[in-house]
Ligand binder design. Structure first.
Ligand code: S3P
Length: 179
């Protein structure tokens, strides 16, 4: 069975939805950011600060390769994973990529006050969200499916993920499921 790979911007609910889906399908869950933290031995925010973003991306790519070998898992990836074309290639080898999305103001409400996301620890997080979302739009389009989670409880998003997964046909790719 293919992996379910959740991608998408920070604060779109990948981790929570991944937990619900894994539990419902009785699948193992892998979180790429956790794997990076185990590998490096410190939290993401410290990796960015002490080693820099390029180092984080290098480790992220290594972890993607390792995790992509698995089958039958629910994988949640950090928001920047799709920028590297090779990451997408590996993740698609054994997985269906489902991109969770949300409007910028929803992202802000969900992430404000959290300090573990270095890219949003800026003087103007709304501007950072807007800028990054625009820059990354084309990369998120690399996913097979997209779900807008802005106005939907995460339990329902999990239902949709499972529905997509169970009815997946290659020709169904890249259509908006929920708005
Ligand atoms: C990042 C998203 C984070 C984490 C890192 C970089 C990004 O993961 O990988 O801070 O580039 O969007 P979440 O999307 O799980 O917050």
């Amino acid at each position: 069975m293919k992996n379910i790979v959740l991608v998408g911007f920070m604060g779109t609910g990948k981790t929570e939805v991944g937990k619900i889906v894994a539990q419902r399908l009785q699948r193992q869950r892998l979180c790429l950011d956790d794997m990076i933290e185990w590998k490096v031995g410190k939290p993401v925010v410290r990796i960015f600060k002490e080693d820099g973003e390029p180092y984080f991306r290098k480790i992220e790519a290594e972890v993607v390769r390792e995790a992509s070998k698995d089958k039958n898992v629910v994988l949640d990836a950090g928001g920047g994973v799709v920028i590297d074309e090779n990451n997408v290639k590996y993740l698609k080898e054994h997985g269906i990529l489902i991109c969770l999305m949300a409007r910028a103001e929803v992202i802000y409400q969900r992430t404000k006050g959290h300090l573990h996301r270095p890219l949003l620890n800026t003087p103007d997080p709304v501007a950072s969200i807007d800028k990054l979302m625009k820059e990354r739009e084309e990369y998120y389009n690399r996913a097979d499916y997209k779900i807008d989670t802005s106005d939907v409880p995460l339990e329902e998003v999990a239902d949709k993920v499972i529905e997509i997964y169970e009815h997946h046909e290659p020709e169904n790719r890249t259509h908006m499921v929920l708005t």
